[in-house]
Structures are given as structure tokens and as C-alpha cells.
Design a protein around this ligand. Sequence first.
Ligand code: CIR
Length: 261
Amino acid sequence: MSTFVAITRGVSPAFASCELTHLERIPIDVTLAVEQHAAYERALESLGCQVEGIPATQDLPDCVFVEDAAVVLDEVAILMRPGAEPRRGEVQAVARALLPHRPILSLEPPATMDGGDVMVVDRAIFVGASSRTNLPGIEQLRQMVAPLGYALHPVSVSGCLHLKSAVTALDEATLLINPSRARADQFRGFAFIEVDEAEPTAANIVRVGPHLIYSAGFPRTLGKLQERGYEVTAVDVSEIAKAEGAVTCCSLIFRPLTPGD
Ligand code: CIR
């Protein structure tokens, strides 16, 4: 049995019509995006993930970004209600993929929240109050997770799409952060590694147990991480980045339930 499950979804043929908030639209090579996504899935597999891929659909340009559709905890999966209305249709297929793995809860209107705004580190859940995530969403999530023993911490973010465009966890004690996007004093008790100043979008990294998957587009920050002893697999996600995506957005990674859980 694999150590982790990774839910992914293919790149839509309509990927070039993705939502954009902070970036100008520039041509996306969709064929290259498909190849890069396949390499990303291979990296997940090489680190012990059983990849469960959902097919892409033409009518959902951003469907590759499964992270935004759900938050998966050890105990439950919580379906999001994405802040961008055209993305709400992505949630159903992700829900079907999660059904064999977790009991399912859902955020309800008027809540909006993208999974990219939710960073879970141990029993702490940090939620970015971004343009995609509103206060009713944060309150609903707090009420769902409190009985499970998670503390929810709302966090302000600026100048980027999601909380995880500003900060992600390298391990249970250390955050990779761009402090001009999310103030470090909002994360008490953590150590920090700051992105290189020349790489402002470099704060997004995926954890697969003790391993990390990271964009090859940030060589300076990558060097810093390697100097600090982190084992990092670099992947080329140039086309995903043009859609305002990064490495965490393309998967939902969790431990499979074992009998007795
Ligand atoms: C969007 O604007 O919704 C997509 N083009 C990008 C979503 C990236 N998702 C993420 O960072 N979690």
C-alpha cells in the first residue's frame, strides 16, 4: 500500500481561459502544461503517493487546481465553495474522488473559500482572508474543525491570490514565507525561511511526508532550502504558473485510512 493518496485532475483543453487576478494573460502552451502536469504526477508517485487522477473537462478551465475544491484532514474532507463562481463546478468530481477516503462535510452559502487559502500544520489551521475566502467561510470552517481539535487562525494576505501563494510549511516547525505577502508575526512559534527577494512567488512548496516538491523556477530559494538540508524534488511548472497556480494547487495529498481508523 502507498504511504499517501494524491488526488489530481488533468489539465483542461480550455486551460488558457483560466481565471486570473494578479497576472496579465499571456499565452499558455496547453500541450506543455499537460506534459508538466504528468511529470508532477510522476514526482508524487516517486515519493510514495498513489495518484488518483480525475479526468479534465473542457468546461472547467481551472480544474487542474484540485487543491481549491477541498481540504482533507485526517478525520474528514471538507468541500470548499470556491470564491470564483465559474470554479464552483469543479467541486463535485473532487467530492466523488474523496468519498472512498473520508467522511465528507461541505461549506454552504454564503460561505466562500478556496483550499489554496487553507494551510494545515499539525492541529493548527491558518486561513487567508483573501479575495476568494470570506468571513462566513472562515466561521463555518471554524465550527466544523473545532470539535475535531483543530484551532483556526485567520490570517491577512496581500498582493497575491491565496494564503499559500505567501506561505507554506516545510515541516511541522518551519514555514517558507514571503513576509511582504503575509506577515510572519501571524504564525506564532514557527521558524521561517524567507524566499529570495528576486523570487517573490517562491513561497509555495508541497510536502509529501519528509520530502518536498518545488518549482524549478526558483533556483535561489531552492538553493537556500538545500543548504538548510531539505530534500527537494524540482519540477518545471512554467505553464501552471502562467495560470496563477503553483505546486500545492495541483494535488490533494493525504494518508489513506487504515482499518481501525
Ligand atoms: C484561479 O485564479 O483560481 C486559478 N487560475 C489559479 C488557482 C490556483 N490555486 C491555488 O493556488 N490553490
